[in-house]
Design a protein around this ligand. Structure first.
Ligand SMILES: [Zn+2]
Ligand SMILES: [Zn+2]
Ligand SMILES: [Zn+2]
Length: 473
């Protein structure tokens, strides 16, 4: 932790500030989870030790709940699972993810005390729980969890007061960090990372957080001066400031007063209509198309859940036809449609049509996102792969290079996705050279390469990506 120190951030309570100057791509700190659990609905698809998604897993013979890649993962996870294993056996089923996580946290505290590692900057007792701010429905759920916890918690473990247990549930509720699978494409669990909890929010932050080999890394997005506060974004930037503020208030109980919110930076672009000399849509028309777009987006979400991909395509095409003469290329609803349409068309293997939409989406994102935003890096990567599959090698290679340069900063060169991307960058570079020398040879080679290349990036139109930092129901 030599790069940061705890300090009182004006108006925000505690925060972390840089103890020395840092640059884009520097790891500010990395931290293993204090405790982490697999989501209930992922319990049979993800290893409970390394959080990789696997086709085949081996069940723990004792509790018949925990699943592992192999004996190595099971052995590695045993220290954390031992007490849980016994508790699940006695309780005769596994309780929900919140209760499992709270129990794991308390077992670890029991074994190792409040400050587990000498690098941990705050004790769990000091972390915010916001129980007092919770709306009534959430409080009811919390009480149910506490009740179930007390049933589940073994008699021979250290007893806790209801208030202490409520505190842990409150901490999980506002600080539980989404743990993603090995490729960072899907949220599969939730964990607690005490130092990360001290990092405050800014909608236009100077850091990003990424999970790599079971640890989180806080990585600098640009130069950070000595003494400057390090910040991350708890929510995705692509909402207008008022909506981001509402979301942050609802989920994290504070009003964002960051510069981008106070000055409403980029709100105008996100809601802009297409206003050119030849084309001036009336206010009424803009309103009508905006409402139609919102409705379509709702229908899309349902159709995607039902895996009706051709219906998704039709809904998007119809909506896009109405948006195109009215909304600007940076309008959030237009970008939503372009994103869904390109993703689903890629999945259905209509690469050429998908590529056109993906390109427009990336161009829009570039005007809105921070140049080193991880979401934009991932979107650019998907767009690049789509172009490559469509045989648009020059554009494809360019986008893959662009994505690679972003991910080197946001993910680092050891992250599995960056490694994939580097392989793609070399492959497309070779193909591009071949294309420039001899188009015929290029096309026959590409066919062969496509046969060998599993389209792993394209396989999941459902994966919305992990846009939220902390897990909130
Ligand atoms: Zn494993
Ligand atoms: Zn077990
Ligand atoms: Zn803000």
């Amino acid at each position: 932790m030599e790069n940061v120190q705890v300090f009182d951030s004006p108006g925000k309570g505690r925060g972390l500030r840089a103890a020395k100057e840092m640059w884009a791509g520097d790891v500010v700190f990395s931290e293993p989870s204090f405790a982490a659990v697999v989501f209930d609905n992922m319990a049979e698809h993800v290893c409970h030790s390394c959080f990789r998604r696997q086709q085949k897993l081996q069940r723990c013979g004792q509790c018949k709940f925990a699943q592992y890649c192999d004996r190595t993962c099971q052995r590695a996870g045993w220290k954390e699972h031992k007490q849980e294993c016994g508790a699940i056996k006695t309780y005769s089923k596994a309780p929900n993810e919140n209760v499992r996580l709270a129990a794991k946290i308390l077992w670890r505290l029991e074994k190792e005390g409040e400050v587990v590692l000498d690098t941990q900057l705050a004790s769990l007792a000091d972390l915010e729980d916001h129980v007092a701010d919770m709306p009534e429905d959430d409080l009811k759920e919390l009480k149910v969890d506490v009740h179930n916890f007390l049933d589940y918690w073994p008699r021979n473990s250290k007893p806790y007061r209801v208030d202490d247990i409520s505190h842990i549930f409150g901490v999980i509720n506002c600080n539980g960090f989404m743990v993603s699978d090995q490729r960072g494409l899907q949220a599969v669990g939730v964990g607690l990372f005490p130092n990360l909890c001290l990092v405050n929010h800014d909608c236009w932050p100077n850091c990003t957080v990424i999970l790599n080999h079971g640890k989180i890394e806080l990585r600098a997005l640009g130069r950070i001066g000595e003494g400057e506060e390090v910040m991350v974004a708890y929510v995705d930037f692509l909402s207008v400031s008022r909506e981001r503020q509402q979301l942050l208030q609802q989920q994290y109980f504070f009003t964002c007063t960051c510069q981008h919110c106070t000055e409403r930076t980029k709100d105008d672009l996100m809601m802009a209509s297409l206003d050119t000399e030849e084309n001036k849509p009336s206010e009424e028309l803009v309103k009508e198309v905006t409402e139609f777009s919102l409705e379509t987006i709702k229908k899309l979400d349902q159709a995607r859940l039902d895996c009706k991909y051709h219906e998704v395509v039709n809904l998007c095409r119809e909506c896009l036809k109405r948006q195109e003469p009215v909304l600007a290329s940076t309008h959030l609803y237009l970008l939503r449609i372009l994103s869904t349409l390109s993703e689903v068309l890629s999945y259905l293997q209509y690469f050429e049509e998908a590529a056109g939409y993906a390109r427009r989406m990336v161009e829009g994102y570039m005007k809105l996102y921070h140049p080193n935003n991880a979401q934009m890096g991932m979107a650019t990567m998907r767009a690049g792969v789509t172009h490559w599959h469509a045989g648009l090698i020059e554009l494809g290679h360019g986008m893959i290079c662009k994505a690679y340069s972003i991910l080197l900063i946001t993910h680092g060169n050891t992250h599995p996705i960056t490694k994939d991307l580097e392989a793609m960058r070399m492959q497309t570079e070779m193909e591009l050279r071949m294309f420039q020398q001899n188009e015929y040879v290029y096309h026959s080679m590409r066919e062969a390469a496509l046969k060998n290349q599993p389209m792993s990036m394209m396989s999941e139109p459902m994966a919305e990506g992990v846009k939220k930092l902390f897990r909130k129901q």
